[in-house]
Design a protein around this ligand. Sequence first.
Ligand code: ATP
Ligand code: MG
Length: 197
Amino acid sequence: MSTTHKEEMQKLQAKQRAKVAAASNPNRGLILVHTGNGKGKSSSAFGVMVRALGWKQKVGVVQFIKGSWITGERRFFDQLGGIIWHTMGEGFTWDTQDRVRDIKAAKMAFSKAHELMVSGNLDLLILDEINIALRYDYLDVRSVIDSLNSRDKRTSIILTGRDAAPAICEIADLITEMTEIKHPFAAGIKAQRGIDF
Ligand code: ATP
Ligand code: MG
């Protein structure tokens, strides 16, 4: 006799309920990694940030990117106020050829990130494009991991950027890899305000 759709769904529901019942609260913030070549790594992190803000949680952002390209999210969160936001390029005139200067700026940004992680003041901290700073060896992966491990229990961290380091992935609770199926840039369409920045 074939099982009915209803019976199948009931089985599935029971399984799912058992899983949920067995899951526990870790009572610590999580480490999330958004990586891969597809679009959506940073914007997804900002989506999580909005979710946290909806619960009146405290959030911060440190951006490990050169220059200070104005983005819609920066404009929005500035208007909203109350969000700690540091950009690696702030206060510098960027010379992209200057590796020594890049390293110095990345280290300064990370020391700010470390301070925020251990402060106990934040529920969520986004380290935007930190994976890129690690890939270029602007930052030492070991010291980043030490900081992540010494973070306040309250604080969840999202690390974004392509080519996430394997050692970071090892300690992460979540890794999502964005896969490029199609991107308008490949068809010659330039970055669009409100979609890309
Ligand atoms: P987003 O900020 O839109 O979530 P992202 O963080 O996943 O994108 P990044 O590598 O940080 O991607 O690049 C940021 C910029 O580059 C955005 O303008 C984005 O649209 C663009 N971009 C992302 N992925 C691709 C791609 N596969 N091809 C071309 N441009 C891309
Ligand atoms: Mg990004």
